[in-house]
Design a protein around this ligand. Structure first.
Ligand SMILES: Cc1ncc(COP(=O)(O)O)c(C=O)c1O
Length: 458
């Protein structure tokens, strides 16, 4: 019998899990206007709202917290981070920011103007928000399999090259400042992009003289999937795959709160000096001086260590196996999830889970609310609320999928917590057909409404 995978770490510090009754949770979610972002964390038992900034740091990272250099300019912690990024990713120039969307703000301030078109596999919501805020167009060129939740495809994050080429032909390099490959692709379920698709996208973009940018929040998980799911790269090290993913890429940006294994931070990395100088202007206006850009020295030091730890094979194996463990359990219970499961989360298909709840009544939000009431588990809607209205017409946009995302924080929960989640979902699934209605909106912000939206049961 083969030895089972085990977490490559032991526990040194623990933090409490909170328990409440169903009655208390029903009351609290109603007071929170059915928006799970409004819940206090001690009203939540298992928090799967995000894998972003919620991971546990290692003892090596905590020691960096003690020795961080907090100099305003020229901090040694910055250079430690710069050397790590250069070694792991091949980029010499690095602009830290306080998190991923801040990197988008700095980068797009320098590169996106009104009327531009930015294609990609499927942009993350803050990326889309920053593009649309500048009155540019964010276009998703996702492969169709990404939206077929029960179709097995090893790389559902891939770009549809035909769609991409038709966008290149229609708009040309004058209108397209760059294209974005997001690895892994959060919006379609944390699904990876294959190395071949990355290489083909780069070749196509080069033909049309369009630079390739990458959103690399989960670059290590993407590299792991390439190693596991593509025979041609099974003997490659994670580092070698990462370097090949980033070869000939003009700019990468990262929310370091994911595969950086830190609680806050982000950066932009590149080799183009002229563009870097342009970015620095915006870093200074929005984030801080260029050698800290909104991060403390200690956080940059911890990030330098985290970037390396995220590429360790035992870590990645444990990480991805845990997510798969939950996915397998749910599949065995017949619960409709996006398969194969991605790197950081389980996505439940709410249109299939609640077949009688109309899409216009936010069925994925309904599932999020019911799961919270059932067991204190907090997930997040990735559906119509998140898709938001069309910025031109103001009309509701209905995405192809209505998903509840259960994001698993890194190095935080055990397999027993996964068992608890599976049982809670099975309770709701057993009576799912009885649900006939969801929610209506009573208040919403002009953009990124899902964070603050207020709802009422229909
Ligand atoms: C793919 C991707 N890009 C960008 C971001 C934005 O990063 P942050 O939350 O650090 O601002 C996220 C956050 O979840 C993400 O998943």
């Amino acid at each position: 019998m083969e030895l089972p995978p085990i977490p490559p770490f032991k526990t040194k510090t623990v933090e409490p899990v909170y328990f409440n009754t169903k009655e208390e949770r029903s009351q609290r979610i109603s007071q929170a206007k059915y928006n799970l972002f409004n819940l206090h964390s001690d009203w939540v038992t298992i928090d799967l709202i995000t894998d972003s900034g919620t991971g546990a740091m290692s003892e090596q990272q905590w020691s960096e917290i003690m020795i961080g250099d907090e100099s305003y300019a020229g901090s040694e912690s910055y250079f430690k981070l710069q050397r790590t990024v250069e070694d792991l990713m091949g980029f010499k120039l690095i602009a830290p920011t306080h998190q991923g969307r801040a990197a988008e703000n700095v980068l797009f301030s320098a590169t996106v103007k009104e009327g531009d078109v930015i294609p990609g596999n499927a942009h993350f919501d803050t990326t889309k928000g920053h593009i649309e805020f500048r009155k540019a167009i964010a276009l998703d060129c996702t492969i169709k399999e990404a939206f077929q939740t029960n179709v097995e495809h090893p790389f559902k994050g891939n770009i549809d090259l035909e769609k991409l080429e038709s966008v290149f032909v229609e708009y040309g390099k004058e209108k397209i400042p760059f294209i974005v490959i997001t690895v892994t692709c959060n919006t379609v379920g944390g699904q990876p992009v294959s190395l071949k698709n990355i290489q083909q996208t780069k070749a196509l973009a080069a033909k049309y003289q369009i630079p390739v940018y990458m959103d690399i929040a989960r670059y290590a998980e993407n590299a792991y999937f390439i190693k596991r799911r593509d025979e041609d790269f099974k003997d490659w090290s994670i580092k070698r795959i990462v370097l090949e993913m980033f070869r000939d890429v003009e700019v990468v940006w990262m929310s370091a709160k994911k595969d950086g294994l830190v609680n806050i931070g982000g950066f932009i990395a590149l080799n183009n000096k002229a563009l870097f100088e342009k970015l620095c202007q915006f870093t200074i206006i929005y984030e801080g001086y260029v050698t800290y850009g909104g991060m403390s020295g200690r956080a940059m030091g911890a990030l330098a260590v985290g970037l390396r730890e995220a590429c360790e094979i035992h870590y990645l194996h444990d990480r991805v196996s845990q997510v798969k463990y939950l996915g397998d359990k749910l599949q065995n219970l017949g619960i409709p999830i996006q398969t194969p499961v991605g790197g950081h989360a389980i996505y439940i298909n709410a249109l299939k889970f609640f077949p009688h709840v109309p899409q216009g009544q936010y069925p994925a939000q309904l599932l999020a609310v019911e799961l919270y009431i059932e067991a204190g588990i907090r997930g997040v809607e990735i559906g119509t609320l998140l898709a938001d209205r069309d910025p031109e017409t103001g009309k509701e946009r209905y995405p192809e999928m209505e998903l509840l995302r259960l994001a698993i924080p890194r190095r935080v929960y055990s397999l027993q917590h996964m068992d608890y989640i599976a049982v809670a979902l099975s309770h709701i699934y057993a009576k799912a057909k009885e649900y006939k209605s969801g929610f209506k909106i009573i208040r919403q912000a002009p953009i990124l409404r899902h964070f603050t939206v207020e709802l009422e049961r229909i």
